[in-house]
Design a protein. Structure first.
Lengths: 80, 652
């Protein structure tokens, strides 16, 4: 089964139109991957659907990098 | 009491002649007790001229004390109060009554050409440049009176009655003589024709003022400054028009500032508006409408609590049947730099519009949104704008920036961001977002709603955002009620409030939020002649304003019942407060995250030109931790806990 990182990379690549390989853990969604503020909402919901979780709004807005997203989602999956 | 004037004694005439004065007929020149002819010189008089007492000095707004007297001036049919300083009037002061303590200095002319209402009763055509929504402006026109008159045009009897009320006021205000009120100051002005200048008003450097009224009072002085050209106008007290501004057929409300070469035509500006550099045409600028930058045109629209970015523009003309299109941005909206809207469009409350929009859309049921543009397509992100630091800051600043110092506030303002007006829309928005999401195919990235596109997946988040807003409002309202009534048991406050109990839509009458049954009753009473003059009209609006809290409580109770299918109970209050605490905490956290973006690395790009970027940024912008607003937000978390505990204590 694909890792959390790989699944985030897949969703990010589809949504932002960037190569999955560019979505490395240190990559920032806004500065490095070109996510605009409204796309960040779409990204949050896409990740929710991918992982079957509901992300806390304030926490999700605080996610800056792909690595942050991995940690955030892993924590949410652990709570499930 | 009217001052008593007696014909000049021969000895007084001789002094005036010695001082270089001339009169067409000395028998028509009179003076009040305390008149000193030695303080009048170089003055030519025609018709009846009446001098007041002359002694001592009067102080100008520039701090300079001037000796009272009349020097180098031409007077025709002028009555003066006591201790005025009138000098260097190159043309004439003609047919004017001047009250005590007035300064008139270096003026071309101040004349009244015959019976006039000084701009009162003059028709303004706001909101639709093609006309059809005319308002007869008067000194008493409030944002509510203007809104009802401009918007409810299909109520013919009502409109006719409103015009009669305006006519009644106008006729009572008509005079055949100009007026300069007590301690007003008029300096360095070119021409003033048929202008009523109320007490304490200050005019300095105006170019041309024709057919208007400058309302003013001691607590709330109005000012007209350099290079201003104004024709067919009314300034309400505390207004300021300066720096070469040009206003034609326009009303400038209490505490409003117009300047820096702004121009306005057929426009109304209500309380605390600001217009600099740009242009207004058929603009209905409700309270706190602000446009600060060059090349911004606000045309054929209704706005309030609005901030226009530079280059904001709208089109109201399709080159077919003329400039007939119109639009609205509901309260609290803002436009980004070089934003463009194609009228007709309607934008919901507290929405930020960014980019250029060539679609005609209606988003009034999706408040607190972002409207952006992507390659020519207009996209709405519903609900997101409530959680931005900008909206939070706006809500905080408006009440604190009320410049109206007059004891009487004409515009009745409800400042609440979360109110029945916005919450009825939030309830609808939850439903709209849910249905749009469920109704869309999974492979659709965007869904169309009322002329605008919205992201399908985003709708899921938007629905959650709106639910948070609703949870916050429900708890806020309980807390507000609790603080008002201070009950020992929560059950004591769960009954209906006094006043309106009708399940009606709520409207925003340009600042006054009210239940529609209230506004409809007022409209019916006016149409039926039960409200027949300006005083009664203001009183009726005042009653609606005073009833807001009770009406809001009833709205809250109805909204609860609509959502839950039952009346509210103490147990339900517990649930509401639990949801409120969570929503309020999330809100603060989300706004803090948004605020933190203002301190991120990328926002520092323009700083540290010669190195030391971070130090330079912090020296100029400060730090996230020390920012005053951020600190206040963080502290508000304690308030959440305190309020929560208070309510919990009475629900046990």
């Amino acid at each position: 089964m694909a890792s959390t990182l790989e699944r985030i990379q897949k969703v990010t690549a589809e949504l932002l139109g960037v190569p999955a390989a560019k979505a490395i853990e240190s990559a920032k969604f806004v500065e490095d991957l070109g996510a605009e503020s409204t796309q960040s909402i779409e990204l949050v919901v896409s990740l929710e659907e991918e992982f079957g979780i509901e992300m806390d709004e304030a926490g999700a807005l605080g996610v800056k990098t792909v690595g942050d997203a991995v940690k955030f989602i892993d924590a949410a999956l652990a709570k499930k | 009491m009217a001052k008593s004037y007696v014909q000049l004694k021969d000895s007084e005439v001789e002094v005036l002649k010695k001082n270089g004065c001339r009169a067409e007929d000395w028998k028509k020149i009179s003076a009040a007790a305390g008149f000193n002819p030695e303080l009048v010189g170089g003055t030519y008089m025609t018709g009846e001229v009446k001098f007041g007492a002359l002694s001592g000095k009067v102080k100008g707004a520039d701090g300079v004390e001037r000796p009272c007297g009349v020097f180098r001036t031409n007077l025709n049919n002028v009555t003066m109060g006591d201790n005025c300083c009138v000098m260097n009037v190159q043309g004439w002061i003609s047919n004017v009554d001047i009250e005590d303590g007035v300064i008139i200095e270096n003026v071309g002319k101040i004349i009244c050409t015959g019976e006039t209402s000084f701009g009162n009763g003059h028709e303004i055509a706001p909101f639709n440049e093609g006309g059809g929504r005319e308002i007869k402006m008067t000194n008493e026109t409030s944002s509510q009176i203007a809104y009802l008159t401009a918007v409810y045009r299909d109520r013919k009897e009502f409109i006719s009655a409103m015009n009669k009320i305006a006519d009644g006021y106008t006729n009572a205000f008509k005079r055949s003589r100009g007026f300069v009120g007590k301690e007003a100051q008029i300096m360095n002005a070119d021409e003033i024709v048929n202008v009523y200048i109320a007490e304490y008003a200050q005019i300095n450097g105006a170019k041309s003022l024709v057919n208007g009224t400058v309302n003013s009072c001691k607590e709330s002085i109005s000012f007209i400054g350099n290079g201003v050209v104004a024709e067919d106008f009314i300034l309400q007290d505390g207004a300021s028009v300066k720096d070469g501004a040009m206003i034609f057929t326009s009303l400038v409300g209490q505490g409003t500032k117009i300047g820096k070469q702004f121009s306005a035509e057929n426009s109304v500006f209500f309380a605390n508006c600001e217009g600099f550099h740009g242009e207004a045409c058929s603009l209905f600028a409700g309270p706190y409408t602000v446009s600060h930058h060059r090349s911004t045109l606000l045309i054929a629209g209704i706005f309030s609590f609005f901030n226009a970015g530079s280059g904001t523009n709208q089109s109201n003309h399709m080159y077919k049947l003329g400039p007939i299109h119109q639009g609205t941005l509901e309260r609290g909206s803002k436009t980004g730099s070089f934003s463009y809207l194609l009228w007709p469009s309607r934008v919901g409350a507290f929405t930020a519009v960014i980019g250029k929009h060539y679609a005609n859309f209606d988003t009034v049921d999706l408040p607190f949104s972002y409207i952006t543009e992507d390659a020519g397509t207009s996209i709405i992100t519903p609900g997101m704008n409530y959680f931005t630091v900008g909206t939070m800051r706006d809500a905080d600043k408006w009440p604190n920036r009320d410049r109206r110092k007059s004891p009487r506030k004409l515009d009745l303002l409800i400042f609440d961001v979360l109110s029945p007006f916005t919450m009825q829309k939030v309830v609808k928005a939850i439903d709209i977002c849910g249905k749009l999401f469920e109704g869309a195919a999974k492979d659709e990235r965007f869904v169309k709603y009322n002329g605008i596109m919205t992201n399908r997946l985003g709708l899921k988040a938007s629905k959650r955002y709106y639910q948070l807003v609703l949870d916050k409002y429900m708890g806020d309202t309980i807390i507000k009620r609790f603080k008002k009534l201070n009950p020992s048991n929560i059950a004591d406050i769960l009954k209906a409030g006094t006043g309106s109990t009708v399940d009606a839509e709520w409207v925003d009458l340009s600042g006054l939020i009210c239940s529609k049954d209230r506004s409809e009753k007022l409209i019916a009473d006016v149409a039926a002649g039960k409200i027949a003059d300006m005083k009664a009209l203001h009183a009726a609006l005042g009653t609606i304003f005073a009833g807001y809290e009770e009406d809001e409580w009833n709205f809250f109770l109805r909204t609860f019942k609509k959502i839950n299918g039952t009346d509210i109970t103490p147990a339900a209050v517990t649930k509401i407060m639990d949801a409120w605490k969570e929503a309020s905490t999330k809100l603060v956290d989300m706004v803090l995250v948004d605020g933190s973006k203002e301190f991120e690395e990328k926002t520092r790009t323009g700083f540290g030109l010669d190195g030391n970027k971070d130090a330079d940024f912090e020296a100029v912008r400060g730090t996230f931790e020390t920012n005053k607003f951020i600190k206040k937000l963080q502290a508000s978390k304690n308030d959440i806990t305190a309020d929560f505990d208070k309510i919990k204590a009475v629900t046990k």
